[in-house]
Design a protein around this ligand. Structure first.
Ligand SMILES: NC(=O)c1ccc[n+]([C@@H]2O[C@H](COP(=O)([O-])OP(=O)(O)OC[C@H]3O[C@@H](n4cnc5c(N)ncnc54)[C@H](O)[C@@H]3O)[C@@H](O)[C@H]2O)c1
Length: 351
């Protein structure tokens, strides 16, 4: 039998840059977009808030506004975008721009990866969460079959252009969403943790957050560089607090960020039950989660079963798998049966 190997290499580079205002950057690229063919996918709220700038900057390009919120991470919205790309006559050399929060980043990325087997796309993340986290790392997805991010791809944008200006129009709830992921990064990177803990009275201060975003984004990029396709385990630690967070998000309907903060708090308590931990560090982490949540929202989980956690695709054989914080910069992997997990959550909430 003859045999040969095809050396498929996927090499993509993504340039990440930070500006006070991003529209002048895009204005400078408009002619190229018009020549190559381009389309802008924008979150409807961002479109409303920045309408004049968007329409002036992207004049001559089709603009596809998608409904705000997680519901848009659906196959229907995905195919609406792809259909508009086709109707606009986009070609392989065309460019898609995604302007919005994590929802638009995930959607635009997936649409770009599917259209003609992949066209270039540029992200302009507009929420704290998207600037610090979702826009970085090349993961794209929509939710499907009742499961979050079930359909997706690894497909990095050519550029991520981050604009500070967007942070000033975010509601507190959206800032809190970003804080969940930022505090999670703090657990993994002790110097951030110190800054966050010392500045816990300023967690919602836009100037403070503007300064933080490039560092958090770069920290995530460093982890992603070592594990671009999430196969080597390096990205696993980014799931810190997320097992419980996903269960809370489904059961209690809290926002993703609020759920991550509750998840970190609860899993910090579960870590204490199972490992020798740095108690002072975990006390501080719990204080920080409470400051970002402005209350003890995790108490709402008391009456719930958190059963839906087994549906989380990260768990296998009915076991619940978690990455829990144990000390500054240190996490542990913990696997429990569903019954033991529920006991541990209840104990955490009753302590
Ligand atoms: N791909 C990844 O690596 C990754 C990582 C983390 C999260 N995510 C995904 O990100 C999504 C959550 O992202 P999100 O929290 O940004 O949610 P989102 O995109 O739904 O935005 C949250 C809200 O903020 C509004 N908004 C956006 N920018 C605004 C601005 N500048 N001013 C005022 N309002 C604005 C939106 O209209 C929306 O109502 C989830 O679907 C999650 O799965 C992806």
């Amino acid at each position: 039998m003859n045999e040969f190997t095809i050396p498929y290499v996927r090499t993509q580079e993504c340039e990440v840059s930070f500006f006070e205002e991003i529209f002048p950057m895009f204005e400078a690229m408009r002619e190229e977009f018009v020549r190559r063919g381009g389309m802008v996918v924008v979150d409807e709220h961002v479109h409303e808030l920045y309408r004049e700038k968007i329409e002036r900057t992207f004049a001559g390009l089709p603009i596809c506004a998608v409904q705000a919120g997680e519901k848009s991470k659906s196959k229907e919205t995905l195919f609406e975008i792809v259909e508009k790309m086709a109707a606009a006559g986009l070609e392989r050399r065309s460019v898609l721009v995604g302007l919005g929060g994590g929802v638009v980043c995930d959607l635009a990325g997936l649409a770009a990866s599917l259209y003609m087997r992949g066209v270039e796309y540029i992200l302009a993340p507009t929420t704290l969460l998207a600037q610090a986290d979702a826009g970085i790392g090349g993961k794209t997805a929509v939710n499907f079959y009742g499961t979050k991010n079930l359909i997706g791809s690894f497909y990095a944008p050519s550029k991520v252009i981050v604009g500070e200006e967007f942070l000033s129009t975010l509601k507190k709830r959206e800032l809190r969403c970003g804080l969940g992921e930022i505090i999670k990064c703090g657990v993994l990177y002790p110097p951030f943790f110190e800054t966050l803990y010392e500045s816990r009275a300023k967690l919602f201060d836009i100037e403070f957050l503007k300064g933080l975003v490039p560092h958090v984004a770069e920290f995530k990029a460093e982890i992603v560089k070592n594990d671009p396709f999430d196969r080597r385990g390096a990205r696993e630690k980014l799931n810190l607090g997320h097992t419980t967070a996903h269960a809370i998000e489904e059961e209690l309907g809290l926002s993703h960020g609020e759920s991550v903060l509750c998840g970190l708090w609860i899993e910090s308590r579960i870590a204490r039950q199972n490992f020798r931990c740095d108690e002072l560090f975990l006390d501080r982490l719990e204080t920080l989660c409470e400051a970002a949540l402005e209350g003890k929202k995790w108490e709402e989980a008391k009456g719930s079963s958190l059963f839906s956690v087994v549906r989380d695709k990260k768990n296998s054989d009915g076991k619940v798998c978690m990455i829990v914080p144990v000390a500054a910069g240190k996490t542990e992997r913990l696997t429990l049966s569903l019954a033991r997990y529920q006991e541990a959550v209840l104990k955490a909430l009753e302590e």
